[in-house]
Design a binder for this molecule. Sequence first.
Ligand code: ZN
Length: 286
Amino acid sequence: MKKIIITLTLSITYIFGLNAVVSITPEQEFLQAIGGDRVNISLMVKAGDSPHTYEPKPSQMIALSKADIYFAIGVEFEKAWLPKFKNLNPTMDIIDISQGVVKMTMEKDNHDEEEEEHHDEHEHQGDDPHIWTSIANIKLMATNIYTALSQKEPQNQDYFRANLDKYLLSLEQKDKEIRDILSSIKGDRVFMVFHPSWGYFARDYNLTQLSVEIEGKEPKPKELIHLLKEAKAKGVKAIFTQPEFSDTVSIVIAKELNIPVVKVTPLSAQCSQNLINIAKTIAQSE
Ligand code: ZN
């Protein structure tokens, strides 16, 4: 009897694919690209929710109890919740797709020499979790997903490999396109954001991200004055905000600097295409 049940479960998985769970929307693109029709993807942090403050809903805990594999990416809520997910579903594999990605410290080396004196008041603590805003990082994560899926379903390794090769090629083309778009920037390669989601993007393309939020908090009056001075000196032309956060402070800054507020989310389900969009937005605002 037991054998029949096991065979049945295996063939159900074979027909319907692996039940996979991802933390955030960008992972959907990576997993879909590599897993194709072999994966059914459930998403934890839905559009408009912030991965920094997210908590799972009861219906999602039920989905988790039926999942075969969880793809973690190192966002904040995972630290508290992954052990609970594992308790709920001990047979579920948990794969950290950020393995091998070199994490940046928040707002590190984005400051040039002349700003060094302000460094203390600007210091950010901890690793920057927004690793999916880099094509180079996405390539690594896609490869990690390929490895995990191939281990889970060795019989489909060739299929996953072909998908990976195709996806890596498309990422290289997007990287070229982004470089082309950004090559039109003549002035300072600086852009201003409310929440510092684009640190890896800035690193990859030699841009500077000027963040309103400091260590996840709105700036103190003194910090705000410094920020406005810096934004003016660098000729910042727009402030980018995202739907996951309030625009109140950004609107005040935008008025002060007489620049527009532009909404652009880093949590798009079309993650790599979205990097082309942000490149265009930055280039147009220069
Ligand atoms: Zn964030």
